[in-house]
Design a protein around this ligand. Structure first.
Ligand code: PTT
Ligand code: SF4
Length: 599
């Protein structure tokens, strides 16, 4: 089979054993790779209802048929598991040499279950896995872990590691690579920690077998060239995602003061133009010619990498208008292996709770020293930090009072950096995202604000589904970066051509979207299976603040969502997906998608 390695590596850390299995050809065609393969593996192998921190939970590292090939931005890899933060499906997509190396081993996915007796690393090569001692690495920050592992396994090794946050099972601990690529927001780093798995190290020596290598090479270089000629290319390389700060501010959707406001007085001081004035270099993922990781020197004169989400959540959302200090917090989070988005939410939630007098600790917006200590307290589990490390949903349950009103999450995953008082489409995208409130699957807000925000119509529901099919489907199952398409408008029509030259299989975009729908419905079935009687359509509703608590200034002043109209829009979304009134895929839908076993 061209295009796939055709093998899955199954590792049991409890038994210190691994076996190699053939990839089921039917699964490859139906789920393609990356996220698709990950959810199929979890569905088939995970006993329903397991505790995410039990040895039975499964971690999946997977790539797709386009990963690591000589085509634009193909160095991405999916990490997936049952999330300890949401108790549902959780995944993330990381740009890393590990993606390219995994592809070279000929494994399409590595599935890890069990729990090692002591800290270990998993070393994956062409023949299988070795489980190596990592006691000397336990307790170290991710930067140091990667440095030491590179010394031991060579500069070319792909490495994903966890920091102290993952070891201590902080529910939003993530996985870090290359000192500033991070993924697995819903606590995937904590699941690694629960298995005593400090790092995943991978080195392959093969070349992915593709159907038409010449065509692939030609298409790849044409597409790379097209990217260089795009009008937005130079600006993108200068600012990357950081340009979004000014954009969000101008539309009143920049999360500020725990999503209470949509504009921030200090936006210029944390924006892309200012960032350019202090930028020292840039970094990125493999195989990419539009690298976007902005490196600046932080308030302690160390190098830190900045992206929009990090800066909005650790800047405006906590009232901090000093980019070097924001960069310092970002570096702290990368070293600890803590998701910056959830961290910015947890800090904002704590400051607002302090302001409202529902916790004893005294904290103020933008108080850098206090915030820095708070981050350390979260990692150490001290004081209010021991509650905040549970994520804002559970923290609000512990703190009580009316704090659920300002706990910004969907299904337990904290909201990423778009305030949605005035954008029902983006609110729907957050609410129906397959992992909780993340913008990965449908960043509909850019399209929505150019049409005046506001409405709840069918066109918006269609757009959310279309974006979910492309962003949450196609880019996640091919497992390549979506930003060439999103940011410089590389045409989607390249992807069926890449896929055909890689696999020899002709699939139209429409046929690919059926694969996306299959993956979406299986992820949905996974949530329903795991949450069982706790499942309800209320889980597809965005945070109460957007319905009740309008911003007091800026372009979105006085706007809020309408609950009744939102619920009508949600029902329309369900009908279009072939799900029932509670958001469960119907039997007919599952049959149509060829996954009736999950009905
Ligand atoms: C992603 C989420 C994001 S999304 C950001 S910034 W973004 C935050 N980055 C963090 C970080 O950094 N350090 C940290 N300790 N925590 C962080 N948490 C946050 O994690 C990422 C880029 C970006 S930058 C985006 S939008 C795109 N995401 C893609 C995706 O999801 N899929 C895909 N096929 N292509 C994508 N391209 C872009 O990749 P999660 P990365 Mg990350 C320092 O994965 O779990 O979705 O979390 O992947 O390699 O860092 O690249 O404005
Ligand atoms: Fe990585 Fe940015 Fe390139 Fe995407 S555009 S592959 S996130 S460097």
């Amino acid at each position: 089979m061209y295009g796939w390695g055709g093998r899955i590596l199954k590792v049991d850390l409890s038994k210190s054993k691994s076996i190699v299995e053939r990839l089921n050809g039917g699964d490859a065609l139906k789920f393609i790779g990356g996220r698709g393969l990950a959810v199929k593996i979890l569905w088939d192998n995970l006993p329903p209802g397991v505790d995410p921190f039990s040895p039975e939970n499964i971690l999946v590292f997977s790539v797709g048929p386009l990963t690591g090939l000589p085509i634009p931005s193909s160095g991405k890899l999916v990490v997936a598991t049952k999330s300890p933060l949401t108790l549902g499906y959780g995944d993330g997509s990381i740009g890393s040499v590990a993606a390219v190396q995994l592809r070279r081993t000929g494994f399409d996915a590595v599935m890890v279950k069990g729990k090692a007796e002591k800290p270990c690393i998993l070393l994956v090569g062409d023949e299988g896995a070795e489980i190596l001692d990592a006691e000397g690495l336990w307790g170290l920050e991710t930067f140091k872990v990667e440095e030491e592992l590179k010394e031991e396994h060579g500069k070319e090794a792909g490495i994903l590691s966890i920091g102290p946050a993952g070891e201590r099972l902080i529910l939003y601990a993530n996985v870090v690579s290359q000192g500033g690529r991070a993924g697995g927001r819903p606590g995937i780093g904590a699941v690694m920690g629960s298995k005593m798995l400090k790092a995943f190290v991978v080195k392959g020596s093969g070349t992915p077998r593709v159907s038409d290598p010449e065509a692939l090479k030609r298409l790849g270089s044409e597409a790379y060239r097209e990217i260089l000629e795009k009008p937005n290319y130079n600006f993108w390389v200068r600012q990357g995602t950081m340009a979004t700060i000014a954009w969000s501010q101008s539309h009143g959707v920049l999360p500020s003061f725990n999503f209470r406001e949509g504009v921030f007085e200090g936006a210029d001081e944390i924006g892309g133009d200012f960032m350019e004035s202090i930028k020292v270099s840039q970094r990125g993922c493999p195989n990419c010619n539009m690298i976007c990781g902005n490196i600046v020197r932080d308030s302690e004169d160390a190098e830190a990498e900045l992206d929009y989400e990090n800066v909005a959540m650790l800047g405006s959302n906590i009232g901090l208008g000093d980019l070097r200090k924001v960069a310092y917090l970002n570096r702290l989070a990368d070293g600890y292996g803590l998701d910056t988005i959830s961290l910015g939410n947890a800090i904002g939630f704590a400051i607002e709770s302090s302001e409202k007098g529902v916790i004893e600790e005294e904290m103020e917006w933008g108080d850098f020293q206090a915030i820095r200590e708070l981050v350390n307290d979260i990692v150490e589990g001290e004081g209010i930090g021991s509650t905040l490390r549970l994520g804002v949903k559970r923290a609000s349950e512990v703190i009580g009072s009316e704090s659920w009103m300002w706990a910004m999450h969907v299904k337990g995953l904290e909201v990423s950096a778009y305030n949605c008082h005035s954008t029902p489409g983006m609110a729907l995208a957050y609410a129906t995202s397959p992992i909780g409130a993340h913008h990965k699957d449908a960043w509909v807000i850019a399209w929505e604000v150019t049409r005046g925000g506001g409405g709840y119509g069918e066109e918006k529901v269609d757009k959310v589904i279309e974006l979910q099919r492309i962003r949450g489907g196609l880019f996640e199952f091919f497992t390549t970066c979506r930003l060439p398409w999103v940011e410089v408008e590389l045409s989607l029509s390249w992807y069926p051509r890449f896929f055909e030259s890689a696999t020899g299989i002709k699939l139209s975009l429409e046929e690919m979207y059926v694969v996306s729908d299959r993956i979406y419905s299986l992820i949905r079935a996974f949530w329903i299976r795991e949450l069982a009687q706790d499942w309800s359509r209320e889980l597809d509703v965005p945070p109460p603040r957007w319905f009740r608590d309008p911003p007091s200034k800026g372009p979105t002043m006085n706007s809020k969502l309408d609950y009744g109209r939102y619920m009508e829009m949600l029902q329309l979304y369900y009908r279009k997906r072939g799900w029932d009134g509670e958001g469960m895929p119907t039997k007919a839908t599952m049959r149509r998608l060829g996954i009736e076993y999950a009905a």
